[in-house]
Ligand binder design. Structure first.
Ligand SMILES: [Zn+2]
Length: 310
């Protein structure tokens, strides 16, 4: 579907959303929240030109969906949507500021600063995966050397594991991969079983993550860092070494910030995108959300306010 162009994808979105609406005739629908790959302009509602989707150039997604369904539509980049999901309903509930980092094929993230998603110029802030954290290593798909993503993503971990071993060497990593390329998932699995190679790779991975997270602590001073993405399946293995690196590298005032695993898994982006319609765009409410903690009464109130046609 990603290569099919914007019209085919939007046609699919409209068909799926139409089915959902038809299945729930009694539902009172407040609007539509959309998480999409960046870069995009959340205020104008325009998907600018995501590198992962062919044929999308300045697509006015909010206008298209809004006209079709006659409902309010809000748009957010997918990493920011996942950050919102974890902040409002997951590991970051009740915090005022958090950094969400998703570590899987690439590295993405979103920053909640003082109760609001931090957008920056043209909505392009917090491109965490492309901060430079070393001067060497493999070239990132963005063209630069030493991006956080190029050294610390699940892809980078798999590549290191593949280079460390060889097909037919009888290692646990190659047994798990059936002698093909080793993936991050294989490394986590082998490390959980105590394999020495895998544990060494996890140690190196945790070092890169610890360096990146230390930068995020110094830049944003969040109440917590939430790590999601496929590699968070190995969070328990990674966490002690990440913490050790942060203790070494962060200035003392930042060392006690919790680094925790995401709670919503694959659903963080969906939940966060849906929640856009409940709170975004109503001044003050996002901050009120940050303070409402786990009080479901206040959440229901906010939902009611989100629905009212003002
Ligand atoms: Zn890069």
């Amino acid at each position: 579907m990603a290569g099919a162009g914007s019209e085919a994808v939007i046609g699919q979105i409209i068909a799926l959303a139409g089915n959902l609406i038809a299945q729930s005739p009694q539902a009172e629908i407040a609007g539509i929240g959309v998480g999409a790959p960046g870069p995009l302009d959340p205020k104008a509602g325009i998907v600018i030109a995501p590198p992962t989707l062919a044929g999308w150039h300045d697509v006015p997604l909010i206008d298209i969906l809004g006209q079709h369904f006659g409902l309010p539509v809000r748009l957010e980049n997918d990493a920011n949507a996942a950050a919102l999901g974890e902040w409002r309903f997951g590991a970051g509930r009740g915090s005022g500021s958090l950094v969400f980092v998703t570590v899987s094929t690439g590295i993405g993230g979103g920053v909640v600063a003082d109760g609001h998603i931090y957008h920056g110029r043209r909505g392009l802030a917090a491109e965490i995966g492309h901060m430079t954290i070393t001067g060497e290593g493999d070239r990132c798909f963005c063209g630069a050397i030493g991006c956080f993503e190029a050294v610390a993503s699940g892809t980078a971990l798999g590549r290191r594991a593949t280079r460390l071993t060889a097909a037919g060497d009888g290692s646990q990593l190659r047994r798990l991969s059936n002698d093909g390329d080793v993936s991050a998932r294989h490394v986590v699995e082998a490390a959980q079983a105590g394999d020495a190679n895998a544990l060494e790779l996890i140690e190196a991975e945790a070092r890169w993550l610890g360096i990146g997270f230390t930068n995020l602590l110094h830049l944003y001073s969040p109440d917590l860092i939430v790590m999601g993405g496929g590699l968070s399946n190995g969070f328990d293995l990674l966490a002690p070494s990440i913490a050790a690196i942060v203790q070494q590298r962060a200035m003392p005032a930042y060392r006690d910030v919790p680094i925790v695993r995401a709670e919503l898994g694959d659903r963080a982006g969906l939940i966060g995108a849906a929640s856009l319609i409940l709170w975004e765009g109503e001044p003050g409410l996002a901050l009120a959300m940050a303070q409402d903690d786990k009080d479901s009464g206040a959440t229901a109130d906010a939902r009611e306010r989100g629905r009212s046609p003002d």
